[in-house]
Design a binder for this molecule. Sequence first.
Ligand code: SF4
Length: 442
Amino acid sequence: MTLVNDAAPPAVRSTGRKFRAFTAKHLDELTARARLSPDERLAIRAVATVLPFRTNSYVVDELIDWSAAPDDPIYRLVFPQEDMLPAADVARIVDLLRRDAPKAEIDAAANAVRVKLNPHPAGQMQLNIPSFGDGTLPGVQHKYRETVLFFPKQGQTCHAYCTYCFRWAQFVGEPSLKMAGDDTTRLYDYLVSHPAVTSVLFTGGDPMIMGESVLRRYIDPLLDLDQLESIRIGTKSLAYWPQKFVTDPDADDMLRLFERVVASGRNLAFMAHFSHPREMESPLVREAVRRIRDTGAVIRTQAPLIRSINDDPAVWESMWRQQVRMGMIPYYMFVERDTGPQDYFAVPLGHAYEVFRDAYKNVSGLARTVRGPSMSATPGKVCVDGVVELFGEKVFALRFLQCRDADLVNRPFYAKYDPEAVWLDGLRPAFADRFPFEPAPE
Ligand code: SF4
């Protein structure tokens, strides 16, 4: 099993350069490569005062097809677009940038736009943060009985930011919008006092932004907990910085840490975020996947369905086929969440279902491990199972894959078909006066 000392093949080693981030201050120079006019570039800078922008040399040099920018899907994955925000908001900030207004004035204008963007959907701030002892547990969310999410303080950034990110509030430097914790002792005590928890999901940002020595400090104590069956790591590092597992200075140490988790009898699940098949093309990512799998970790894949980036069944079919070929397990197609520029990226549920089905019908059983399209909504994860006609009425067939009320999991329920609906809260119950997760009237 232990292959972590395998030297990377020469072709891979030559592409493993030192990580270099690009931020908003590089935006003008980078968007010039997409042949945008000065006005268009200024508008993009205005959007980037509200929504976070960060990319890196690997994404810029190896993933983006600059000859196709700004329409290239990977360009759109990381670069803000002018029409992601209401035109009046963009115009106001463009005016401030043009007049070289004081930073405080620009920040205030950007903040005013941000608060309109529902930074924490699905009751994350109110419903999911547990109380423990004398207070709450910062950086922890406990929504479903068996799974605890942990947001390690040093893992709250990413190698690059996705324009559609539903965690965008983590990156804008506004402490009241941020979830993060570093108290491993309290996390441990919380888990001990909740023996039904069998899985801890490290999330962010991207936990794989952390070096091995930091991640180890979070993971090691958990290995003493018999109740834990799995440790999951939600990450886009395989897409945005595969060097992490191949050529970074602590790549081998990281893989040894993974081996230790697996040797402790836990399932180490890499929840790898891939948005487009291009992200799996480089020899480097293939080598990274091979090395991670050689530790005994399992790689499951997931991504949201995003208008203008991957809203095409051929894209998903190609992703799932490639993932199976590389030994990964297709896991989720998500619906874009109700936060940030959702209006810009959303795909209506009826169309999302068609994209899913048109891709799903063409792949082998090994790729049909994938579930979706799924909404991570306030009451739970709701999958759109189909659009059907029942008793003369066109309806959505829905099902909870996960629910705050475990008793509702896997029970079908129905909503009136609405071709415009993009989220659960836009649906109305069919054949009932309320959805099963809604309380009965007093
Ligand atoms: S990798 Fe995940 S957390 Fe990071 S920007 Fe993309 S969607 Fe957001």
